[in-house]
Design a protein around this ligand. Structure first.
Ligand code: GCV
Length: 715
């Protein structure tokens, strides 16, 4: 085992002199403030870390990089623990020192770790121990996080294991470099140059994900192209898998259900056809020959025009099981999406996934996860949790969150999604009595599933700062941390992120965390207050479009969802309306259906109410709506002023971009407010409440705006 001894070098602990462009994410490792750095250096004077495997080498390299940056220490080879302040990282098989300690690493599983302050031969030592290499890597990142966030490290006794097995990013990246709903530039995958050119960025992508515990990535869009399953593209995917493997990340692919016809020359893709079964089995064998640790398939079937088993009169279970049987011999998993709604629009769109999937509970193979979006419509600024959670006890359901902000202001709006994720995960399904939270469905504890998963639709692109804006990096971060442990607090995660990404100075941390924590509620207010939803511009989804109607299908319009008329506004999902409430547990069905008990944030999601309905503030509904729109805009104004007060405390380059983006956000928040009020006022016929400013333009003006080149459109 290679053993390294640190000698410290004098280093000025001034802020980084170079401009910060966001590339380094939360792994910047800037010099630590000097008093704290001195203390840390004494506690981190030696590093014992093996490098016999690629994962061990990555772990050691990350520790060296981090410690060098944070503490200004340079490693020198040595043999054993010879002084206080050694850091020992590894497993009982990679590290004789750890083996000697006889720690109970078995119970940590393949990805867990412990970090403990112990004495070895009379020296104070920090041990980062795991049962497998990946756990040691995660432990090393945790240790670095403690230093990055200025935590004491003298008396550590931590252990952590992930609560969710598959923690994935779903890339909606097309093979031509376009990213569906991507606002951070072109695809990070340069398919054309793969497999021969491996952009160093792929390694940094893996490092960033590993630092959060993300252990899988679906490389291509769920609106998939069968070409990604051809030999040439499998070779490219294999090259990426090779880069990611040392970081514990496995590659998955979105599979096009009709691939046997499109690239296999078959006349059908019927899941019960023997030739189709053989084709998928052969394809799986071929994939595992080039990617031995391939994770499996993600499938969008019979949804928004994608092919699927229903094209042949078969069920989603038939389709999923076909692929599951092909992958099973290799240990692969199928993630079958429940984002389905019929082309014929027979029923409230919010009800359709439940209607289709609940009867299939128990019919899926053991290596199938059904992937369910957090809400029943589509990643709206706010939705009640999806009624499927808690309703399919015999089937493991995995969560699908969206990290990219398709409906939350694209890249420029500062909207921290932690509270949205947390709200969903903490929601109580009441499926098995009180405290049957969505988090417990996802981590498998509610129904006893060992196969568990969470997916986040990535907000990563080829842009220099990865996510399109500095604050959007926080959404990648919080997603990863919650995928590891869905019970963490979004505020605590925001604080961690701010400390690592911007500064440990309290004068920065407190105001930025506060600003982030209220930002999602503000977006709800200026876009879709009180349970309104799906009111954005048609197809590109940029900006307000509450007037959107007509077109190919009613449930792609806004009027379908807000149902506003002269009398009132809102979607009646009670027993008098679509009765979507009945898809929740009886307790929640009563709560959501009862005007006295329904949480006000879901008022118009579940109820159609007259404009003069008295809300809990005492204001009539129309006045309350206007009030919410305005307070959303006011919050953005407040963020601008908070941020401008931080000038000089955050590096100039990032400060300037955030300030400019907040300016865009304020303009667009005002646009959302004004356009929405201008439109709804034509229906409510009511005056603006006293003190509320009239929209800056006429409704016709807002309706005339067109954005043919808005980024990220679907195709
Ligand atoms: C990948 C929404 C998006 C689509 C996306 C779809 C899905 O409808 O607008 O771009 O397609 O969700 O999740 O499949």
């Amino acid at each position: 085992m290679a053993v390294l001894l640190f000698c410290t070098v004098a280093m000025a602990c001034a802020p980084a002199a170079h401009a910060e462009d966001g590339y380094d994410l939360w792994l910047r490792y800037p010099p630590t403030e000097s008093a704290r750095a001195t203390a840390y250096r004494a506690q981190v004077s030696q590093l014992l870390a093996a490098d016999a495997t690629p994962t061990q080498a990555a772990t050691r390299a990350e520790l060296l990089r981090g410690l060098r940056g944070l503490l200004g220490v340079t490693p020198v080879p040595a043999n054993t623990v010879t002084q206080a302040g050694a850091v020992v990282v590894g497993t009982p098989s990679s590290s004789p020192t750890i083996a000697r300690l006889r720690l109970d690493t078995r119970r940590l599983g393949p990805e867990g770790y412990l970090i403990r302050s112990v004495a070895i031969d009379g020296h104070a030592v920090t041990v980062i121990a795991a049962d497998a290499d990946a756990g040691a890597l995660y432990g090393a990142f945790h240790f670095l996080r403690l230093l990055q966030t200025g935590q004491p490290i003298a008396k550590l006794d931590l252990r952590d294991t992930p609560r969710v097995k598959l923690r994935l990013l779903d890339h909606w990246d097309d093979l031509d470099g376009h990213v569906e709903r991507g606002y951070a530039g072109a695809s990070i995958w340069d398919w054309h140059k793969l497999p021969d050119y491996l952009d160093p960025r792929y390694t940094d992508y893996a490092r960033a994900n590993a630092s959060l515990g993300i252990n899988g990535t679906v490389l291509n869009n769920v609106n998939s192209n069968a070409l990604s399953l051809t030999p040439a593209y499998l070779e490219k995917a294999a090259a990426l898998a090779g880069v990611f493997r040392p970081y514990g990340i496995r590659v998955f692919l979105s599979a096009r259900f009709s691939a046997p016809m499109e690239i296999g020359g078959l006349k059908t893709a019927d899941p019960l056809d023997p030739a189709v079964k053989r084709w998928w089995r052969d394809k799986a064998d071929e994939i595992y020959r080039v990617i031995p640790d391939f994770g499996g398939f993600l499938v969008k079937a019979n949804s928004e025009g994608q092919p699927g088993p229903q094209d042949y009169g078969r069920s989603h279970a038939d389709g999923a099981n076909l692929l599951a049987d092909a992958l099973a011999p290799h240990g692969g998993t199928v993630m079958w999406r429940a984002f389905v709604y019929s082309h014929e629009e027979p029923d409230d769109r919010a009800k359709q996934a439940y209607t289709e999937f609940v009867p299939l509970d128990g019919k899926f193979r053991g290596n199938v996860l059904v992937q369910v979006k957090n809400g029943a419509i589509d990643f709206q600024p706010r939705e009640p949790f999806h009624p499927l959670f808690g309703a399919m006890p015999k089937t493991p359901l995995m969560m699908e969150f969206q990290i990219t902000k398709e409906y939350l202001g694209f890249a420029t709006h500062l909207v921290y999604l932690g509270p949205l994720y947390e709200e969903t995960l903490k929601a109580d399904t009441h499926a098995k009595g009180k405290d049957s939270t969505v988090a417990k469905v996802i981590d498998g504890s509610l129904d006893g599933h060992a196969l568990t998963g969470m997916a986040g639709v990535a907000n990563i692109g080829a842009g220099r700062n990865w996510s399109g804006s500095h604050f959007d990096q926080a959404n990648w971060y919080v997603y990863g941390r919650l995928a590891w442990n869905p019970t963490l607090s979004s505020r605590a995660i925001a604080e961690e992120w701010v400390r690592m990404t911007f500064s440990n100075e309290e004068g920065v941390v407190a105001p930025v965390v506060d600003m982030m924590m209220g930002s999602r509620e503000a977006a709800v207010d200026y876009m879709t207050p009180l349970g309104l939803h799906h009111l954005m511009g048609r197809s590109h989804h940029y900006g307000p479009g509450p007037w959107v109607e007509g077109g190919p299908r009613a449930d792609w319009t806004s009027v379908y969802y807000h149902r506003a008329n002269r009398e009132g506004i809102g979607f009646d999902r009670t027993a008098h309306g679509s009765n979507a409430v009945a898809q929740y547990s009886p307790y929640l069905a009563r709560e959501f259906g009862d005007l006295q008990r329904v949480p006000e944030e879901f008022l118009l999601w579940f109820h159609h109410l007259p404009w003069d309905y008295r809300t809990r503030s005492g204001r009539p509904l129309w006045d309350e709506l206007v009030h919410r729109y305005t307070s959303g805009v006011d919050y953005v104004r407040g963020m601008r002023s908070t941020w401008s007060g931080l000038e000089g405390k955050v590096d100039a380059e990032r400060h300037a971009q955030v300030a400019a983006f907040l300016g865009i956000q304020e303009k667009e928040a005002q646009w959302w407010r004004d356009a929405s009020i201008a439109y709804f006022q034509t229906l409510s016929g009511r005056p603006l409440p006293a003190g509320e400013a009239a929209p800056a333009h006429t409704l016709e003006y807002y309706q005339s705006l067109e954005f043919p080149y808005a980024p990220g459109s679907g195709r």
